[in-house]
Design a protein around this ligand. Sequence first.
Ligand SMILES: CC(C)(COP(=O)(O)OP(=O)(O)OC[C@H]1O[C@@H](n2cnc3c(N)ncnc32)[C@H](O)[C@@H]1OP(=O)(O)O)[C@@H](O)C(=O)NCCC(=O)NCCS
Length: 157
Amino acid sequence: MNISKNIRKMQISDLPEVLKIETELFSDVWTEQMFVEEINTQVSYVLELDNEIAGYICGWKLYDEFNITNVAVSKKYQQKGYGKLLVDFIITEIAKENFHILFLEVRESNLAAIKLYERVGFNEVGRRKKYYKNPTEDAILMNLNNKINIEKEDNER
Ligand SMILES: CC(C)(COP(=O)(O)OP(=O)(O)OC[C@H]1O[C@@H](n2cnc3c(N)ncnc32)[C@H](O)[C@@H]1OP(=O)(O)O)[C@@H](O)C(=O)NCCC(=O)NCCS
């Protein structure tokens, strides 16, 4: 079964479930208004499994770069490959639009997310001091050069 078929654009009607997951997972939660902005002006997808939202991914387009701003998989569905599925999905979507560099920030203590990003090919390129609040923490800045990855895959065929 092709699970990526269960990924679709986030809609306003998804927000009660999305906010429930957001509150379950994060200490500095995004507000409903932030998700509304994301739906109206940026990029946001949800993964729907068994008629419920299992996870979501959001990002911003900045010239030819793309910033992954939020990735979440509800606890019930974690460590089953869905986080990787969402990140792989957005990398593929963004490649279609010629965004070559993807970047993101992640809390330095968030080992699960760091492992996930490394797994899909992101590398640490820097740090932002005290970037996060509640609790205050440095961000690790990670990049993925999408063009290089796609060319590599093409050569491997
Ligand atoms: C980070 C998160 C999205 C990962 O989602 P997931 O569906 O559990 O991840 P996956 O099952 O796709 O795992 C992909 C890889 O991530 C790593 N990983 C995931 N969870 C991990 C954990 N708890 N500990 C260590 N590594 C982990 C593994 O390397 C895994 O690769 P593997 O197949 O070799 O094991 C999820 O843990 C989450 O929602 N966390 C809370 C929200 C969050 O921190 N978001 C990121 C903000 S920057």
